[in-house]
Unconditional design. Structure first.
Length: 155
C-alpha cells in the first residue's frame, strides 16, 4: 500500500488540464492502486489523478461498494438535473450545493486499455462528474450555487 499526498485547493496544479493516458502499463496500475489507497485512507468516495499531482486523465470512484476506474472518460449523454451537497478531498472543511445531470452515459477505458460504456445515475453519476471536473482544473467551489455555512453550537 502506498499513500500519496493530496494537493489542496491553493495548489495551482489543481487548476491545470490533465493529459490523456496513453500507456496502460505498470506505472498506470501503480498510480490507480495508490489513488485508491489514498482515497480510502481519507474517507473519500472518489479521487482524480491531479489530486495527487499527476496530470493524467484517470479517476476512481466508489459508491455503495461499486468501484469504478475510468481512464480518459468522456460524457457522451446526460439527462435530468439535481442539486446536492458536495465536498472534496482537496477542499478542507468546505461543502456546497452543486447542480449536475442526474444520469450520464460515459465512455472510458479500464486499466488494461479496454474501452467500455457505462450508464449511471444518482450519486455514482455525481461522483464521476465531480472527479472528471478535476481533470479540467475545475473544483466544486467554482460551480457551487451556494456554500454550506457551518453551524456553530452555542451553549
Ligand atoms: Co474533488
Amino acid at each position: 500500500m502506498a499513500l500519496r499526498n493530496i494537493m489542496l485547493d491553493s495548489d495551482p496544479i489543481l487548476r491545470k488540464k490533465s493529459k490523456p493516458v496513453e500507456t496502460f502499463d505498470e506505472n498506470l496500475w501503480q498510480l490507480l492502486d495508490d489513488l485508491y489507497d489514498t482515497m480510502l485512507k481519507n474517507d473519500g468516495s472518489g479521487i482524480a489523478a491531479p489530486q495527487v499531482g499527476i496530470l493524467r486523465r484517470a479517476v476512481i470512484v466508489e459508491i455503495n461498494g461499486m468501484k469504478l476506474e475510468l481512464i480518459n472518460p468522456e460524457v457522451v449523454d446526460s439527462k435530468g438535473s439535481w442539486e446536492r451537497v458536495e465536498g472534496c478531498l482537496s477542499v478542507i472543511n468546505r461543502t456546497g450545493h452543486v447542480k449536475r445531470p442526474y444520469e450520464i452515459t460515459v465512455n472510458a477505458f479500464d486499466r488494461f486499455g479496454h474501452p467500455y460504456t457505462l450508464k449511471v445515475v444518482d450519486w455514482l453519476s455525481r461522483a464521476i462528474l465531480h472527479e472528471m471536473d478535476h481533470l479540467n482544473g475545475v473544483l466544486f467551489t467554482d460551480i457551487m450555487s451556494k456554500e454550506c455555512v457551518k453551524q456553530t453550537k452555542k451553549a
